[in-house]
Design a protein. Structure first.
Length: 470
């Protein structure tokens, strides 16, 4: 099967896909859609960026449309649980887009915003409800929602939904659902203990393993720089001076760490925004929208953004700090190289983080490419020269070198150095003479070229791309 028309989808769904320019299903889509249409429980494991959202949204919409019934007030027929607000909002948008020609309603509920409007949305009942667990239980406890009519339950990013952060809420929710229901689990990673726990929620499921669990996308070039923790921020700023770093996601382990990185980048003249759990929902939405729209090219995030956020043409993912949970690394770097595109992932690893690196390489079965340190060190008083070297190392065809002027470099970068201050070592590619290895500074046009037309978003694409890459 190579076309959506071969999967048994209804005409309204096919028309929506055609209008959006989609023709070819991804492997997880063409393997998952038929059994989900048949009512089977399913556990689907596939790489990030391969369209798992469409793999459950399309058949759910068809099942609900072919068995129409009036939804009871304050009830829903399909319930999709998501670990983050941003992912919940994105899933709901996909349901609305795919089901534009169907008489079905979709609502999304999550915390951080007023609950009153959400109660109004649910008053008449909805066909599809996408929710984060906490806000869902708030609505249930206040009498604004009942789950007794749920026919289909989806756990998206199932490994996170089943870990200690959500398992207690999930157990409460499942007790409120009908025993007879269809249950679908989707994720890119599934640790063995979580896989065992998942069996408690599935009834004779179909198990799909499109790629080995925790496999990273083939089109992601991965490298590691070994650098002391106290030199990471300076090295990050130097990297980001290169215009090849066109749209960059930087991941930190903590909320305060993300804010510190943003402040340091701002002091060096690089505009960035942070997104994490301490930000209000409007702040998080503005940060993500600004990153999507190109208002700024650097978004610094905790793992809140590592699960399913789909932003166009992320050229680089930089792990400023390695995650202490190796599965999180897979989800982090999965924000690049989506829908068949290419991308670059760089890990900044201190000596204390080497155990985390070993865990990551063991999980992914993919050793990260070491980036050798430059033999030439860069004292603080000469950091402006290092910035120049990075920015000017790869002039592109038809462009002049992007060499910042002396005046454009903040004083913090050119202050006199104390004799005891450590030097900053830059990675170097001896073949190109660049301060960074060539595979880490490919121009954005080179990254897009390998993806063809599939890396273009809805409304701005030719006729084919992988659908619903989430």
């Amino acid at each position: 099967m190579t076309d959506f028309s071969d999967l048994g989808l209804s005409h309204p769904l096919l028309a929506a896909l055609t209008a959006a320019g989609y023709a070819k299903p991804t492997p997880i889509q063409y393997q998952a859609i038929p059994p989900v249409l048949g009512g089977r429980d399913l556990c689907g494991i596939a790489q990030t960026g391969t369209g798992k959202t469409a793999a459950f949204a399309l058949p759910i919409l068809q099942r609900l449309a072919t068995a129409p019934r009036r939804t009871a007030p304050q009830a829903c027929r399909a319930l999709v649980l998501s670990p983050t607000r941003e992912l919940a909002s994105q899933i709901a948008d996909n349901f609305r887009a795919y089901g534009a020609g169907l008489p079905l309603s979709t609502a999304v509920v999550f915390g951080g915003v007023s609950i009153g409007r959400q109660r109004q949305q649910l008053a008449r009942g909805v066909d599809v409800l996408v929710a984060t667990p906490g806000r869902l239980l708030d609505l249930v406890d206040s009498g604004s929602l009942t789950l007794s009519s749920v026919e289909i339950l989806v756990l998206d990013e199932a490994d996170r939904m089943l870990d200690l952060g959500f398992i207690h809420a999930l157990k409460r929710i499942v007790k409120l659902l009908p025993q007879q229901r269809q249950t679908l689990l989707f994720s890119a990673t599934m640790p063995r203990p979580i896989e065992v726990l998942a069996q408690d929620y599935l009834d004779d499921p179909i198990k799909l393993l499109v790629a080995p669990a925790a496999t990273t996308a083939e089109r992601i070039d991965q490298g590691v720089v070994f650098v002391p923790s106290d030199q990471k921020r300076c090295l990050l700023a130097m990297m980001l001076r290169d215009p090849a770093f066109a749209r960059v996601l930087v991941f930190t382990r903590t909320k305060h760490g993300a804010d510190r990185v943003v402040r340091h980048l701002a002091a060096t003249g690089i505009e960035a925004a942070a997104i994490h759990g301490n930000k209000s929902q409007p702040q998080r939405e503005r940060a993500l929208a600004g990153f999507r729209d190109g208002q700024f090219r650097v978004l610094v995030a905790t793992d809140i953004a590592a699960r399913g956020i789909d932003v166009d043409a992320v050229s680089h993912v930089i792990n400023f700090e390695l995650p202490n949970v190796p599965e999180d690394y897979v989800h982090r770097i999965g924000r690049t190289a989506r829908a068949g595109a290419a991308g670059i992932a760089i890990a900044l690893c201190s000596d204390e983080e080497r155990p985390y690196l070993r865990d990551i390489e063991k999980l992914t079965r993919c050793p990260l490419r070491p980036m050798p340190a430059s033999p030439v060190t860069t004292p603080l008083q000469h950091r402006d020269s290092a910035v120049d070297q990075i920015a000017a190392s790869r002039p592109r065809q038809g462009e002049q070198s992007s060499r910042p002027s002396q005046d454009s470099i903040p004083a913090a970068l050119v202050q006199p150095a104390r004799q005891t201050e450590k030097a900053v070592a830059l990675p170097k590619d001896t073949a190109t003479g660049s301060s960074l290895p060539a595979f880490l500074v490919r121009a954005p046009s080179e990254l897009r070229a390998s993806a063809g037309s599939r890396n273009v978003r809805r409304g701005r694409m030719p006729s084919q791309r992988a659908l619903g890459a989430h």
